[in-house]
Write a protein that binds this ligand. Sequence first.
Ligand code: PRT
Ligand code: ZN
Length: 299
Amino acid sequence: MDEQSRLKVAMQKSGRLTDFSTDLLVRCGLKFSRGKDQLVAFGENMPLDLLFVRDDDIPDLVEEDVCDLGLVGLNVVAEKSLELAAKGHPTRFEIVRALEFGRCRLSIAVPENFSYDGVRSLAGKRIATTYPYLLGKFLTDNGIDAEIVTLSGAVEIAPRLGRADAICDLVSTGSTLLANRLREVEKVLESHAVLIRTPVALPASKGEWVERLLMRIDGVQQVRESKYIMLHAPRSALPAIRKLLPGSESPTIIPLEGHPDRVAVHAVCRENVFWETLESLKAAGASALLVLPVEKMLA
Ligand code: PRT
Ligand code: ZN
């Protein structure tokens, strides 16, 4: 297969999204080789190559059609889209999947001693951030006039240095805010990683691989929590048992040889099955309960 017909996927070189992105692609069946410090890895069993770059460059690479797909935080994508719109350019990449990793939120935080009484308290204040467009939109949407201080990093120390009265930064556990004596007061954006793709029509062979990859990603994301559950039950208990099976659409009911009033029930539950659920099923008449992990799923 020639160079042009291989899918190019941009992902973060080294950072919070790197391991999760790699793990997702490996679960999708990709085998690839990457040496230390190599910027490209070649798929060995799929016509797909990985480009390792800074996360901030991923939207541009997809937008400029250097890469066909990119794995990046929604925060980066949303900021980029607003920036492009402000400069009069329509966004030229689309989000095709929300992914389950990279969860965080872009929030406004104020020093502990700031007397905060709703968004109005931010009027006339200086807010430090690396996300000026998302913050600007939040302030405009809330009718607040404040000064945005755009920094390239270390936002959390800006209030202590006297450079700002508040900050707008990513938060996940909240321990960075705590360590810097800051209090989260407003949520600007709920974020997670996303898969973006070029809007350019792809040649058929590439397009097919994108579709296959999307289907596999859906499968991987679905099975994470999914369980296969098997049990025996009296027929009369079936309505109650069906209601108790978490996130399962149509269980398979199998007659049990020699027991006309009893059946075996097999079901895929798209949510985790907890002990409490098993206890309720038993109380409803189920016996011989078995819960198995699901390895792969293709709808
Ligand atoms: O070098 P490169 O530019 O590629 O990396 P980067 O330093 O810009 O990004 P990186 O690796 O820090 O984050 C990549 C992506 O991970 C972000 O764009 C988000 O989509 C996502 N993500 C998830 C986070 C966090 N959680 C997060 N907690 N990104 C950053 N943080 C930082 C935050 O900025 C703050 O400094 O972690 C600190 C807060 O964390 P807690 O746990 O103390 O609240
Ligand atoms: Zn970055």
